[in-house]
Design a protein around this ligand. Structure first.
Ligand code: 5GP
Length: 121
């Protein structure tokens, strides 16, 4: 699928749309999902124009991929979810399970979902 710049994440990268940004690297941006489905729900996106995981891994440079992957790990640490565990989701295309929708925003992103430890854990 051809990348279409008319998507919300492209606008967030270019600061035409606001987002609650947590961390920015040379090649990635991480921000809170506007409609969180877990206590921690962060989206990590590459700054380059890639439609989905497949497009990203096949076409991005090693530097972009490394920066994106390390950025994702950094968010997991910042959100304190590395010990209790987390879910990493990347939708691609129309495929869906359990009545969830498929990919809605056609700019590659990881969903990081989790719940930090609290004092009782
Ligand atoms: P997808 O279904 O494409 O994997 O997930 C897209 C995600 O982007 C959804 O979880 C949705 O809530 C989130 N989202 C859509 N529009 C915006 C927006 O303008 N700002 C932020 N922060 N998240 C958005």
């Amino acid at each position: 699928m051809q990348y279409d710049k008319n998507n919300v994440f492209y606008k967030i990268i270019n600061r035409e749309l606001n987002a609650n940004i947590i961390l920015e690297g040379e090649h990635f941006l991480a921000f809170h999902d506007i409609a969180p489905k877990a206590p921690v729900h962060v989206l990590v996106i590459p700054k380059g124009c890639y439609v989905d995981y497949y497009d990203f891994v096949l076409n991005a440079s090693d530097t972009e991929i490394l920066d994106f992957c390390r950025g994702t790990a950094e968010i997991i640490k910042m959100m304190k979810i590395e010990k209790p565990g987390f879910k990493l989701v990347a939708n691609a295309g129309k495929f869906s399970m359990n009545d969830e929708k498929g990919q809605e925003v056609m700019h590659f992103h990881f969903h990081i979902l989790g719940k930090p430890l609290d004092d009782n854990d």
